[in-house]
Design a protein around this ligand. Structure first.
Ligand code: SF4
Length: 342
C-alpha cells in the first residue's frame, strides 16, 4: 500500500527534447514522404514507436538512406563527418541537435584548434558521446572513470569536457581527480552538465529524506534517466527505472514514493503509473521553476517559411491555417501536443 506519492517537478521533457520532437513533427506535417532520422530522435521507446508508425525511419548510418531523402539529425548531436555524408546524399538535412550539446562541440573545436588534448567524460556507447568525439577524434579521449584518467599519457596541455547528461556523482570525482593530475587543466567557464539534468537531480535530492522509493520514468538508453537512478541509489534509497506502466506490476511498492521522469519521457506515462498505484495521498513537489525554450532549427524555420510563402501565393480563398498556428508561433505549441497530433 502506497501512503503518499510525491509528483516531482521539474521532470520529463527538457527544452532540447521539446524542440527535437516538434522539429520532426514539422517535417511530417510539411513533407508527404518518409523522413529518415539519424539515431532515435530522443531516447524514449514510446516516442520512437509513435514516429515509426507515421513513416519515420530511424537509421544508424548515412548509407541506409536513399538518394534525395529528407533527413533529421537527432537531439544528441552528430559528428561533422557523419553530417557531411548525410548532406551529400539527402535533398535536405535538418540538424535538431540541442544547443547545449552544440556548446560542447564548439568547446571541443576551440580546444582542438589550440592543440590542446581533450578529456571527454561520457558514456562510451552513447549517441551524444559518439557525436562529440567526432568533432576532433585525434585530440579527444573518452573516460568513464578515474582509472581511465589515470591511464592517460597525453602531456600537460589538457582540457576537460563532459557529456551533458551525466549524474553529478559521476562527473565530480572525475573532475576533481583530473584537476589534481593536470594542475593547468582547462575547463569551460560554464559547466557542460545541462540545466535539465541538474534540475531533475536537484529536485529529487530534496525529496529523498521523505521517501522509501523513487520511480524514474524513462528508457534504458536515456543517460539522464540512468543518472537519476544512480543518484538516488547513491543516497541509499531504492530506485526503479520504469519504461511504462507494465513495469510496476512486479514491484512491491509501499510507504512513501516519489515519481520523476528523465528528460525524454512523456508525461502521460507518469500519470498512467500514478493511476495504477492509486496512492492514499498525492502531493505535487516543485522546488525548482524551469522555463527554458529552444527555438526550432534555423534551417527548418527558413524552409517552412519558404513553403508557407509559396502556398500563400495560391491562397486566394484564405483557407490556409492562420499564422498564429504557424512555425513563428512555435513557443505556444508543446511537444506533447505535437505527439498527440501524430
Ligand atoms: S537533456 Fe539537456 S542536453 Fe540533453 S536535450 Fe535536454 S536540455 Fe539538451
Amino acid at each position: 500500500m502506497v501512503n503518499k506519492l510525491y509528483l516531482v517537478t521539474p521532470r520529463g521533457f527538457c527544452a532540447g527534447v521539446e524542440m527535437a520532437i516538434k522539429a520532426l513533427k514539422w517535417l511530417l506535417k510539411v513533407y508527404d514522404q518518409t523522413i529518415y532520422c539519424y539515431h532515435e530522435i530522443v531516447h524514449n521507446k514510446w516516442i520512437v514507436k509513435e514516429f515509426e508508425k507515421k513513416n519515420v525511419v530511424f537509421v544508424e548510418d548515412p548509407k541506409d538512406i536513399p538518394d534525395g531523402a529528407i533527413v533529421m539529425l537527432s537531439a544528441h548531436g552528430t559528428s561533422p563527418t557523419i553530417e557531411k555524408r548525410f548532406n551529400q546524399i539527402s535533398s535536405m538535412t535538418i540538424n535538431s541537435v540541442c544547443p547545449l550539446v552544440t556548446k560542447v562541440h564548439h568547446e571541443a573545436k576551440k580546444f582542438s584548434n589550440e592543440n590542446t588534448q581533450i578529456i571527454y567524460v561520457g558514456h562510451k556507447n552513447h549517441d551524444e558521446a559518439k557525436g562529440a568525439l567526432g568533432v576532433s577524434p585525434k585530440n579527444m579521449h573518452i573516460v568513464e572513470s578515474i582509472n581511465d584518467v589515470d591511464k592517460l599519457d597525453i602531456g600537460e596541455n589538457v582540457a576537460l569536457l563532459a557529456q551533458t547528461t551525466l549524474a553529478k556523482s559521476e562527473w565530480e570525482p572525475i573532475m576533481n581527480y583530473s584537476k589534481t593530475k593536470y594542475p593547468d587543466l582547462k575547463m569551460p567557464r560554464k559547466s557542460d552538465l545541462c540545466y535539465a539534468t541538474t534540475n531533475r537531480q536537484q529536485a529529487i535530492t530534496e525529496i529523498l529524506p521523505n521517501v522509501d522509493t523513487v520511480l524514474v520514468v524513462g528508457s534504458e538508453n536515456s543517460s539522464n534517466t540512468q543518472a537519476l537512478v544512480t543518484m538516488v541509489e547513491n543516497n541509499n534509497v531504492a530506485a526503479y527505472r520504469i519504461d511504462d506502466v507494465k513495469d510496476i506490476e512486479n514491484l512491491n511498492l509501499k510507504g512513501n514514493i516519489a515519481i520523476t521522469a528523465g528528460a525524454s519521457a512523456p508525461d502521460h506515462i507518469v500519470y498512467e503509473i500514478i493511476e495504477q498505484i492509486n496512492p492514499s495521498e498525492l502531493e505535487n513537489f516543485k522546488p525548482i521553476e524551469e522555463a527554458e525554450y529552444f527555438p526550432l532549427p534555423q534551417q527548418l524555420r527558413a524552409n517552412i517559411k519558404n513553403v508557407a510563402d509559396f502556398l500563400n501565393i495560391f491562397n486566394t480563398s484564405g483557407s490556409y491555417p492562420k499564422s498564429e498556428f504557424g512555425i513563428s508561433n512555435d513557443k505556444k505549441w508543446t511537444a506533447t501536443e505535437a505527439l498527440n497530433s501524430l
